[in-house]
Ligand binder design. Structure first.
Ligand SMILES: [Zn+2]
Length: 429
């Protein structure tokens, strides 16, 4: 079954190679940055909608604001959704097979403050790579997912079960709003694949994540240039960083099983930013009265995330109690996006994992590694909260959340072929 599906998949995707490449470039050139509480995904969703229409599909573009009145406890209260539109295109099955949802996000992170060697929105094609913000995370995978429903539609293939392609908003910054909207509106499915960048590996697990700002306010700006003692959190912040380092060491000893067993640092703790005063000419010579450390913790799928966070917070309180400065000026615990994201793990011998592995092997000529994602994403939501077995499989590239991001075009096409093979096999074509 898989071999036939594979043969068909490569033939079915071949005529889409150029249109898909052009679509990817156009999507990269269309700013779809999300910066909480909002996001600017809709112009890019319209580009994708137009493309799908030209391919004969009838995609639906719909506003996600309805989730705020849905009463779902999953919806983050600190986000705005009015005008942020999801896109969905469904190839109807014959009602006699398993359904599949191919889910990707259209939003990107901001371009950041480090310089790029070309515009983040260049969409330039060079040496087999498409360059630009969101090319790897995850417009490359998104167009591969679009290619699947286009190929089915062009060939008038009616799968056994429905194949649903959806392009969602609000994935970056752990919002999850687009995926929540897609599920509340479009219902469930028997399996899901998210074509985030995976270097053509299968990720059957994702990690949880939590970002917290540790803020210290201390000192009196009006006392500067006086004989009073200068109080500032700048130097005590060094001790706090040492505490974060120790937290990281402790977390690196967490025992990893399953998909993360081979990871050298399975539950990393990262400092994303340290801010205290500025170095530019706009800042006069003075001491800062605020210092902030942004800490990003990740969690294994099986961990009790809430318990780990609560214990970490307690540990921080004990650190403050032991330190004369922080006893006087306690550190504020300020979660960046609200509650944590939770990870997930699909068994190695799950039928969907096996189907994806066979499909990838048929297309790539080798069995790809099956491992865990080095990041959290909407997969946790899809798998845990909506009970849809979820895998990640996507293209090769680099630079996600950093300057000079790119995706390799050949790997986008391979992704499309693997996903189409898997979709046809899973849904019973
Ligand atoms: Zn992503």
């Amino acid at each position: 079954m898989t071999r036939t599906a594979n043969h068909n998949a490569q033939k079915l995707i071949a005529p889409l190679r150029r249109p898909i490449a052009r679509l990817l470039q156009e999507l990269v050139r269309t700013n779809s940055v999300a910066a909480p509480p909002g996001g600017n995904e809709t112009p890019a969703q319209r580009v994708l909608q137009q493309f799908l229409r030209e391919q004969g599909l009838r995609p639906e573009l719909y506003d996600t604001a309805f989730i705020q009145e849905s009463g779902s406890p999953l919806v983050r209260k600190n986000r705005t959704y009015a005008g942020r539109k999801n896109l969905s295109a469904r190839v109807r099955g014959r009602g006699m097979g398993k359904s599949l949802v191919i889910n990707g996000h259209m939003d990107t992170v901001p371009a950041g403050i480090a310089p790029w060697s070309r515009s983040p929105w260049s969409g330039q094609s060079k040496d087999g790579r498409i360059h630009g913000l969101g090319s790897f995370d995850m417009k490359g995978g998104l167009v591969a997912g679009a290619a699947v429903v286009c190929a089915l539609e062009r060939a008038q293939i009616r799968p056994g079960g429905d194949v649903i392609f959806e392009s969602v908003v609000d994935e970056e910054w752990g919002g999850g709003g687009g995926t929540i909207a897609a599920r509340l509106r479009g219902g469930g499915a028997a399996a899901c694949v998210i074509p985030e960048g995976t270097q053509l590996e299968i990720y059957r697990a994702t990690r949880g994540g939590f970002v917290v700002d540790l803020v210290s306010d201390a000192g009196d700006p009006s006392a500067y240039f006086s004989r009073a003692e200068v109080v500032s959190p700048a130097i005590p912040m060094g001790r706090l960083l040492t505490w974060v380092e120790e937290l990281g060491r402790k977390r690196s000893r967490v025992r990893a099983r399953g998909a993360y067993a081979e990871f050298p640092d399975p539950a990393p703790v990262q400092v994303l930013a340290v801010e205290s005063n500025r170095l530019g000419p706009e800042a006069p010579l003075s001491v800062p009265s605020r210092a902030t450390v942004r800490v990003y913790m990740q969690f294994l799928p099986q961990e009790d995330v809430d318990a780990v966070i609560a214990a970490t917070r307690k540990e921080l309180e004990r650190f403050c109690a032991r330190d004369a400065f922080f006893r006087k000026y306690p550190i504020r615990w300020q979660p960046l996006i609200g509650g944590p994201l939770y990870g997930h793990e699909l068994p190695l011998d799950h039928p969907w994992t096996r189907c994806m592995a066979d499909s990838a092997k048929a297309v790539l000529g080798r069995r790809p590694p099956i491992t865990g994602a080095p990041y959290p994403c909407d997969a946790g939501l899809m798998h845990r909260d909506f009970e849809i077995p979820t895998l990640l499989f996507g293209p090769c590239g680099a630079g996600a959340h950093n300057p000079d991001e790119y995706v390799e075009l050949d790997s986008v096409i391979r992704t499309a072929e693997v996903l189409l093979t898997a979709a046809m096999t899973w849904s019973g074509c």
